[in-house]
Design a protein around this ligand. Sequence first.
Ligand code: ADP
Ligand code: MG
Length: 599
Amino acid sequence: MAEVIKLMSEALANQIAAGEVIQRPASVVKELVENSVDAGADKITVNIKDAGRTLIQVIDNGCGMSEKDALKSFERHATSKIYKTDDLFCIYTKGFRGEALASISSVAEVELKTAQEGDETGTQVIFSGGQFISQSPVSTPKGTNFAVKSLFFNVPARRKFLKADSTEFQHIITEFQRVALTHPMIEFYLYHNSQTVYSLPKATLKQRIIAICGKNLNQDLIPVEIDTSIVKITGFTGKPQSAKKRNDKQYFFVNNRYMKNPYFNKAVLLAYEKLISPDTTPPYFLYFEVDPRTIDVNVHPTKTEINFENASDIFKLVQAGIRETLNKNDVAPAIDFDNAEAASLPYFSKDMEIPEMPKENFNPYYNPFESTRTSYSSGNYQPVQEKHNLENWQKLYETEDTFFVSDKSAVEGEKKIIQVKEKYIVSPIKSGLMIIDQYRAHYRVLYNKYLLQIDNNADSIQKLLYPEKLSLDTLSASMLYDLRDEVLSIGFDLDFTDITLPVLKGIPPYIDKNQAVEVLTDIIENYKEEHGNIKTSIKDIVAKSLARRQAIKAGRQLNVQEMNNLIDDLFATGEPNYSPDGKTAVVILTVEELEKKFL
Ligand code: ADP
Ligand code: MG
């Protein structure tokens, strides 16, 4: 076998030597976890200390190695996964270069413990800076346990080149997620400085995606199944309303490896054309299966780009297949929907050009003579700053006069309005029936209110009499530290004398201390979800966080007055159709649609 390995090394040495495998702690995590997957493990645990500077440990319950192989695995081009060059084009396992362990052990201290099924004792091998240190019997469970300590201890330039812990750890998370997303049937754990970052039980693919990318996606994923002779594509793609600016929940995998593919990304985006605003992109998780001989798995160790023989055909299949998937799920604009413009723009954001508003977007009830309004009976609801375009409203009021015909109470500004299931507000309007989701409507109202307040209070900070120590785990604390300028810009004054123990000294004037802590937590969560790039503006996160928590939820009974006020406030925002998360807040059932139902 040793001879075969040598032969491969000659055939591939030049290609393989092209790059360095280990650039940062995340590369070690990737290599070790992939080896564990290849070893058939169904439970993989990753322990990290100090973003991998101090320790990267990967423990699996896979096949393990014999005493001999344990030693041999550290040799360059030692691999059990490939025996002749032809096999290189038939790669299904993750590893095949046989250089990861050799590389890692040359720049760190590596302690390997491993045992195979039925072994009486396992074996322990220690390498340091490329030098063999020792091998001895050890008692260890079946599987493999790699501990990589003091990474780059003998390459000071490399060590110095490492970025802040939070950045390096984000790279680790990214690699971990990519592997976890391809193996839902493997149990994964990730710990950082003894804190649990991920605990992922065996799951279906959808459950795994949600466990990694957040519960928000639960409602948004549409299953994809495209089966052709050149490629099979499965996975999930997002409903149009889940499209976001700079979405980074976009994953392609080919034969169970993560790949970057800007070309196919274009195909997906084309499938969403006219369904989403051009400055947003949908989340997607697409798994390609192709004959390995039709792709070129670039042998450059760090590259994730892969060349496809049938790229242009696959491009067309992706575009058509995703479009059809969306159509089948009824998310493309329905032909009989008389408000197609709105359907094709599921999210109206502030800086987007809003098309001419369809008539139903105006408050059909607005009474310009009514000036006093009561607040909702509980909660801290306050009327929002009026933004009506009064002329427009009045005109509309006039044109809607048939609705208010000679009904005395209606002239006084009351209208027929009921609450259904303590969730929806339903009311007849001139063109049919208007149904409002009370939570989403109030969320929109409060969100717009808070955006204004944030802008109006840009430079003011309310000093806390008693500064508050924030109890955050180290990762969260270091993330908050990275964001200190952004949060200060909107009124959160933090003291980082001890980076692991931030102290809140001042807060924005329009919230109280408890809210402030909740908002900071939401900011950190968002930052984690965005892989360490604060992609949405901090104002948007804060306004959403405050609004979401305070908005009246489903299950809250509302009286007529409250419902009226909510409707007025909603339409006064000028963006009544959707909640700040892009979910539908108002549905109009037109008379025609009703009539059709009675045919
Ligand atoms: P490659 O994965 O490209 O084969 P590596 O340097 O990553 O090369 O690993 C070398 C060899 O060591 C593997 O081919 C495999 O035989 C063995 N090995 C590495 N990690 C494990 C593990 N976790 N369990 C069992 N065997 C392993
Ligand atoms: Mg490997």
